[in-house]
Design a protein around this ligand. Structure first.
Ligand code: ATP
Ligand code: MG
Length: 265
């Protein structure tokens, strides 16, 4: 096992307090331990890739971090505040945002409306889609900015359901950006995206990280994408954090190679 899993981040030494501190985080469901004693820190602005074989516990870890699954042990601290028992919405208000492995947009609403609703929720407004839109509305402006950010500025009036899979993934990112999270959890943002769309989506994610300084944790099976983006790579295996280190060291780690049982890393 790499030694940095429980110590300070390898690539961001002494840059202030960690934005995320995970200590002994565990979740057992019906006697099965699906996340097992996971401990790590993430520095502000860091990009951590989360990899591991199918069923390793990657999505469950994100569900624990975002509050969709209750922890049965351990703690999660976000920007110095213990959020272990906080609801998903309380975590979101504190700056933790996420996307889901399966696409989750309102197909029957326009692209802009999907983003405007998220912006409105952030601004403390209602989530009612039938609420009248005033020109110059702050939520509308955030929606326009967020759509431009992901390259969908020209698609605002289209129905979300009419977008290609790759563009739906971009829309999900725009929805997330509209809530202005400090830490974003991306669960397989490239899943189902055509090869031609992967490069564009990768560039959007890279620029969100680079230019807006957001802290990113991303699960992805596209290793080539991840290794180019990540400061560090966390490897999950059987619910445990098997390794957490630089991409170079993780891919050269025999224990990691063993976990993948010969799959190309
Ligand atoms: N709510 C739940 N109840 C019971 N078991 C669950 C639940 N959620 C996940 N699991 C189990 O926990 C294990 C980890 O699942 P998880 O979805 O976190 O894996 P993953 O690493 O995201 O896999 P994949 O790469 O296929 O998305 C699996 O064995 C899964 O069946
Ligand atoms: Mg998963």
């Amino acid at each position: 096992m790499s030694t940095s899993a429980t110590t300070a981040p390898a690539t961001h030494p002494a840059e202030g307090a960690p934005v995320l501190q995970v200590r002994g985080l565990s979740c057992a469901i019906g006697g099965a331990v699906i996340v097992d004693d996971v401990t790590f820190d993430v520095a502000p602005g860091e990009f951590v890739a989360v990899i591991g074989p199918n069923g390793a516990g990657k999505t469950s870890l994100f569900n624990l971090l975002s509050g969709l699954l209750p922890a049965t042990g351990g703690s999660v601290t976000l920007s110095g505040a213990d959020i272990t028992g906080a609801s998903p919405s309380a975590r979101a208000r504190r700056g933790l945002g996420r996307t889901f492995q399966a696409s989750s947009v309102f197909a029957g609403l326009s692209v802009r409306e999907n983003v405007r609703l998220a912006a409105q929720a952030r601004l403390g407004g209602s989530m009612r889609p039938w609420q009248l839109v005033r020109p110059g509305d702050a939520a509308q402006e955030i929606a326009s900015r967020s759509l431009a950010r992901v390259g969908l500025a020209g698609r605002g009036d289209d129905l979300a359901g009419a977008l290609s899979h790759g563009d739906k993934r971009k829309l999900e990112l725009a929805i997330l950006l509209a809530t202005d999270p400090a830490v974003v959890l991306l669960d397989e943002p490239m899943a189902g995206v055509s090869i031609e769309d992967v490069a564009g989506l990768t560039e959007v994610i890279a620029s969100v990280h680079r230019e807006e300084g957001k802290t990113v944790l991303m699960v992805e099976h596209h290793m080539d994408v991840l290794l180019g983006l990540a400061d560090r790579v966390a490897v999950m295996h059987h619910g445990k954090l098997l390794a957490l280190d630089t991409p170079e060291r993780v891919t050269g780690d025999p224990a990691v190679q063993q976990a993948y049982l010969g799959e190309a890393l």
